[in-house]
Ligand binder design. Structure first.
Ligand code: PLP
Length: 282
């Protein structure tokens, strides 16, 4: 099932072509996006998602998003969704058609079903490989034009990493920096549990500040966990009590195997943290 809404709150048929052929989002991946999880009619972390949309747009020198209009589009999709109680809404914002700079930017919100594979991984966990990202942790701050940490539409590299994982019989990827520090997954943040403390790398090393990671930390703190944002090395993952990938649609997913080696069984920790996270929205 799919529901398409524009920013004035109008609905449209998602099967009718609407994007101009020279849209810069299509031609150059020149735009930004967000993916929001909706459960039982509630969009999770809507405020952080809209704030991050504005931040990404700012990094790409796009006009500031109309916050109210985006909220209206999200509400329209939710009001008209007749599918499963859990679904995703993708917000897409591109620079618009190249041949017509006076034309408005391209914007829409699209409700989508969640792939069965993603739902299954929440229960079964993931086999993950590490892949080099080719950047050093200091690069993001030195070279803002690389847009590291923006949620831009240029995700070809992220998608290629997923295919590389499949070629190596793994489910997902953790990117590493040139100095071996842990960055993020192609569509997720890395969270590590050690004792009663959760760790995640800082966003200023060129990764996306995750809305789910932040929510998981908030939930964990409520139930007595400590949380720390600090650089992680691969060895920290190998010796952890639990390694998790967090993102809006996958929620909190356990990593059971890293580069072919089994990790500590984190089933119980995962259940506790996943419950704490879900309880934020009950
Ligand atoms: N890092 C990257 C590169 C992502 O694409 C995503 C989400 O798709 C995340 C992290 C996790 O972000 P969030 O939890 O806000 O979905």
């Amino acid at each position: 099932m799919r529901v398409l809404a524009f920013l004035d709150g109008t609905l449209a048929d998602p099967d009718v072509p609407r994007i101009r052929i020279d849209d810069l989002g299509l031609m150059r991946g020149d735009g930004v996006f967000e993916t929001i999880l909706v459960t039982d009619g509630t969009p999770r972390e809507l405020r952080p998602h809209l704030d991050r949309l504005a931040r990404s747009a700012g990094m790409l020198d796009l006009p500031e998003p109309d916050d109210e209009a985006w909220q209206r589009a999200v509400a329209t999709v939710i009001d008209n969704w007749q599918g499963d109680a859990e679904f995703a809404i993708k917000l897409v914002y591109t620079r618009g058609p190249e041949s017509d700079p006076s034309a408005a930017v391209t914007t829409f919100a699209l409700g989508l079903d969640i792939a069965e594979k993603i739902v299954r991984a929440r229960e079964e966990g993931l086999s993950v490989i590490t892949l080099e990202r080719g950047i050093e942790p200091e690069l993001a701050e030195r070279a803002p034009w690389l847009l590291l940490g923006a949620k831009s539409l240029s995700y070809a590299v992220n998608m290629a990493a997923g295919r590389e994982a499949a070629r190596r019989d793994a489910d997902d990827v953790v990117f590493t920096a040139t100095d071996g520090t842990v960055l993020e997954g192609p569509t997720s943040n890395v969270i590590v549990a050690r004792g009663r403390t959760l760790f995640t790398p800082p966003a200023n090393i060129g990764i996306l500040p995750g809305t789910t990671q932040a929510a998981v930390f908030r939930a964990a703190e409520r139930t007595g966990w400590s949380t720390k944002i600090e650089p992680l090395r691969l060895e920290d993952l190998r010796t952890a009590d639990g390694v998790f990938l967090a993102s809006s649609v996958r929620k909190l997913t356990r990593v059971h195997t890293l580069d072919g080696e089994p990790l500590a069984d984190s089933t119980a920790i995962h259940r506790e943290l996943a419950d704490a996270y879900d309880s934020l929205y009950r």
